[in-house]
Design a protein around this ligand. Structure first.
Ligand SMILES: [Zn+2]
Length: 116
């Protein structure tokens, strides 16, 4: 994976909690990054096992992973420090078939949204 300007990435905050998707507690894969400069959160979930079988998280049969980007209001949960989203509607997003694609896509959207 290519590495861009690391100075720019220093203020990114990696979040432990999954940031979107109603079935997130059944997702085995997640990445979440808060971008302070633009007050956006990039959230990736996937490998969704609601019961025993893996299911897609998007409308396509191979949509096993997705990254959504949300605007935040600059406040944070007192409980865990997660950012507060302005609303539940994403401003950008991608879906993928594999975890490798999801990881690369997450980083791409972090870079894309870290500057206005
Ligand atoms: Zn949290």
């Amino acid at each position: 994976m290519e590495q861009t300007d690391t100075k720019k990435n220093e203020d990114w905050v990696w979040l432990g909690h999954k940031q979107h998707f109603i079935g997130k507690s059944s997702c085995r894969f997640s990445l979440a990054t808060y971008l302070p400069a633009t007050r956006r959160v990039v959230s990736t979930i996937g490998d969704y096992f609601p019961v025993y079988e893996r299911e897609a998280v998007g409308p396509g049969t191979d949509d096993y992973y997705e990254t959504f980007v949300f605007i935040c209001d600059g406040t944070f949960s007192e409980y865990c420090g997660c950012p507060t989203r302005v609303d539940t509607l994403e401003i950008d997003g991608r879906r993928y078939a594999t975890a490798q694609e999801a990881t690369a896509g997450h980083m791409e959207l972090c870079r894309k949204h870290s500057e206005v």
